[in-house]
Structure formats: structure tokens, C-alpha cells
Design a binder for this molecule. Structure first.
Ligand code: HEM
Ligand code: HEM
Length: 125
């Protein structure tokens, strides 16, 4: 699972950087929150969680690892596309943006629970 997360993350980096180059070239920075979150939610968080799953493979045995993997990887692209549309004037996607943000946070909470309770020595204080 760790390697899969890292591979998905690096694709986000290329998309995020391409958007950054586009913004710099056109001097239109309207989409800077999309750019920032493609890079941060995409590359930074997926890459970091991928490294953590690689170093601590026992975390994968918990069902919450699968919940994190699928919920995060479904809700992040839906939310980023909604943010893109929202910033292009499609206010109707606001509820999807809100729901997506909550689902990303729920998936992050699953990951947090794994780190807080399942890492070696996690229950020793
Ligand atoms: C080829 C690489 C990149 C280019 C050309 C690029 C370009 C840009 C541009 C033009 C902006 C808008 C600045 C503005 O609104 O004044 C921006 C904002 C931002 N970028 Fe990038 N970027 C790149 C890579 C990255 C990466 C890898 C990350 C994070 C891992 C990142 C994080 C951010 C963040 C957080 C902002 C928002 C900053 C703010 O709102 O003040 N960027 N970037
Ligand atoms: C559910 C997840 C998240 C939500 C709903 C969220 C939401 C937001 C919102 C509403 C803003 C203000 C945008 C603006 O003023 O234009 C923002 C800015 C920012 N967020 Fe997030 N965020 C999330 C996750 C993250 C994560 C995980 C990071 C870093 C690893 C991050 C880094 C930033 C940065 C650097 C900015 C300022 C850059 C900018 O204005 O584009 N966010 N975020």
C-alpha cells in the first residue's frame, strides 16, 4: 500500500507543478488554492503516508488502512475538481466541495487513529 500511495502522489505532483507553471506563464493566479492543494493533499500527504505505511507495514493489516486508502483517494480528486469548478464560477458545486472536505478529514482521522494506536509502542504513553 505504501508504494501505491507514493506512486499516486507523484502523479499529483506533476499535475500540481504543471498548473503552477501555467499560472506563472499566464500571470493568472485564480487557481492558486487548487495548485496548492493538489501539491499538498496530493503529493505531500500521499507521499508521507506512503512512506509511513512502507516503514510500518503492520498498519496495513487494520481495516482502517483500507478505509483511509479508498476514502482519501476518492474524496481528494472529487474535492479538487469541485474546487477548480467553484473557482471558475460554478457555485453549485459548493455542497460537493464541503462534503469532499469532510470526507478527506474523516479519512485523515482514520490514518491518525492508526498512528496514535497502532505504531510500535503507541500504547505506552
Ligand atoms: C514547478 C513547480 C511549481 C511552480 C511553477 C509553482 C508556481 C506557483 C505559483 C505561480 C503560485 C501562485 C503565487 C501567487 O498566488 O502569488 C504558487 C502558489 C503556491 N504553491 Fe506553487 N509552484 C510549484 C510547485 C509547488 C509545490 C511542489 C508545492 C507544495 C508541495 C507548492 C505549493 C504552493 C502553495 C502552498 C502556494 C500558495 C501560496 C500562497 O497562497 O501564498 N508549489 N505556486
Ligand atoms: C480537508 C482538507 C483541507 C481543506 C478543506 C482545506 C481548506 C483550505 C482553505 C478553505 C484555504 C483558504 C483558501 C484561500 O484563502 O484562498 C486553505 C489554504 C491553505 N491550505 Fe488548506 N485545506 C485542507 C488541507 C490542507 C493541507 C493538508 C495542507 C498542507 C499540507 C494545507 C495547506 C494550505 C495552505 C498552505 C494554504 C494557503 C495557500 C492558499 O491560500 O492557496 N491545506 N485551505
Amino acid at each position: 500500500m505504501g508504494v501505491k500511495l507514493i506512486k499516486i502522489g507523484i502523479v499529483y505532483l506533476l499535475i500540481g507543478m504543471s498548473l503552477g507553471v501555467y499560472m506563472g506563464a499566464t500571470k493568472d493566479f485564480t487557481l492558486h488554492p487548487v495548485h496548492a492543494h493538489i501539491n499538498l493533499l496530493g503529493w505531500t500527504l500521499l507521499g508521507l503516508s506512503g512512506l509511513i505505511f512502507h516503514v510500518f507495514p503492520q498498519l496495513e493489516q487494520n481495516v482502517l488502512a483500507k478505509v483511509y486508502f479508498w476514502l482519501y483517494n476518492l474524496s481528494v480528486p472529487v474535492t479538487l475538481v469541485s474546487l477548480f469548478l467553484f473557482l471558475n464560477g460554478n457555485a453549485a458545486v459548493d455542497p460537493i466541495l464541503g462534503l469532499g472536505s469532510v470526507l478527506i478529514t474523516v479519512s485523515a482521522a482514520c490514518f491518525a487513529w492508526l498512528l496514535l494506536t497502532k505504531l510500535p509502542g503507541a500504547n505506552k504513553g
